[in-house]
Design a protein around this ligand. Structure first.
Ligand SMILES: Cc1ncc(COP(=O)(O)O)c(C=O)c1O
Length: 384
């Protein structure tokens, strides 16, 4: 959300290399400037066709080519192995809350879906699966400890493995600002499902540990409208054919994500982002950049003598969303307004937590993180 600039604007103004403000929004969020420039061109005239990408038919040769190119680019950027299919669906990551169990539970009467509840979003996944009639169990719940940390394997209490349909985790916890940096141990043979909405392709994934990875594309790999699903081949055909056709992974896989009009502009932005990720050196190089770039912000928190209180336990700190509070809501409001006026925009915390949240996804530049750290120190000096 954008905080309105005030008369009390901070003296220093920060801008990106292209002269824009630093956009810390949690999603939809920042895109690389070179990607935005390409989009500007393609909205007017896509690849010499004489009209723009927004106006192209999803059944025309231009889109056939673009779709094939997108699957290739995503596979390359994300290092997706050959035994996984890439699907684009709609309905956001939230719709996967029921689409996943509809596809992976083969017997509703006996099977259980286990969840590692580390954030508001995993809590929503449990509620939505329950509401759709599935039996759920939280193998871990961080709710009582206000979602401040990522559990150890010893803290995970799974259901009887013979009844387990899948285990679901959320790899980055967008609202509270914690992140998994290891793959949780799950009972042998049980598919691990990962909601990677806010860290997909921000670091390497060991696919051998996962059955299905999904996420909205609007944070790290494009814009809103498409949900990416990366699914192991043996899980595609698992669901009963009585499941509505548009909700079956089988349909999406068979029809190459085009059983109806797909979110073609969103898919196009994913194509550009995937190529951009490869150009950056791929996910391993991005992981290093993402880790390094947030260090100055965490340092500003740690060196503030408690003026800024980080939400996450230091061992669980996210590279994607940095969440912290100040001494009062009035002070937080002042911080957000002055930061926006200084060119550091979109940091209002989620309604569930309040406070400040700086989102620093793949496209977010290191200069913006350094600028925020500088602003934080100056704000403390003036208001501490
Ligand atoms: C981890 C996570 N899961 C799910 C969602 C919901 O995504 P969507 O709006 O695409 O349904 C979000 C949105 O921020 C998220 O961060």
């Amino acid at each position: 959300m954008t905080a309105a600039p005030t008369a009390a604007a901070a003296s220093k103004s920060f801008r990106t290399a292209g002269g824009r403000v630093f956009n810390f929004n949690a999603g939809p969020s920042i895109l690389p400037e070179e990607v935005i420039k390409q989009i500007q061109e393609d909205i007017w005239n896509f690849r010499g066709s004489g009209y723009g990408i927004l106006e192209h038919s999803h059944r025309a040769k231009f889109f056939d080519d673009l779709l094939a190119e997108t699957f290739d680019a995503v596979r390359k950027a994300g290092e997706v192995p050959a035994n996984f299919k890439i699907l684009f669906m709609t309905g956001g990551a939230t719709s996967q809350n029921y689409i996943v169990p509809m596809n992976l539970v083969t017997d509703r009467n006996t099977q259980v879906c286990d969840y590692l509840d580390t954030d508001y979003w995993s809590g929503r996944s449990i509620e939505d699966a329950k509401q759709a009639g599935f039996t759920t169990h939280a193998a871990f719940s961080g709710k009582d400890s206000k979602y401040t940390y990522i559990p150890t394997d010893a803290e995970l209490k799974y259901s009887d493995p013979s009844k387990l349909a899948f285990v679901h985790m959320t790899s980055n916890n967008t609202i509270y600002g914690t992140e998994w940096f290891r793959d949780p141990a799950v009972p042998a043979g049980v598919p691990l499902v990962c909601d990677a909405s806010s860290d997909i392709f921000s670091k390497p994934i060991d696919y051998s540990k996962y059955g299905l990875i999904y996420g909205g594309c609007q944070k790290n790999i494009g814009t809103t409208g498409a949900t990416i699903v990366i699914i192991r081949d043996d899980l595609i055909e698992r669901c009963d054919k009585s499941v509505p056709r548009m909700l079956q992974y089988r349909t999406m896989a068979k029809e190459e994500s085009r059983p109806n009009t797909p979110p073609h502009f969103a898919i196009y932005t994913v194509c550009l982002m995937a190529k951009w990720i490869t150009k950056q050196g791929g996910v391993a190089a991005l992981a290093q950049k993402n880790k390094d770039k947030v260090a100055p912000i965490y340092k500003a928190i740690d060196e503030s003598n408690g003026y800024y209180k980080g939400h996450s336990r230091p061992d669980s700190r996210s590279w994607m969303n940095i969440t912290f509070r100040l001494g009062s809501e009035a002070l937080e409001d002042k911080f957000l307004k002055e930061a926006a006026a200084a060119g550091l925009d979109g940091m209002k915390g989620h309604r569930a937590t309040g406070g400040v949240r700086a989102s620093t996804y793949n496209a977010f530049p290191a200069e913006g993180c350094r600028a925020l750290a500088e602003f934080m120190r100056e704000f403390q000096r003036k208001n501490g």
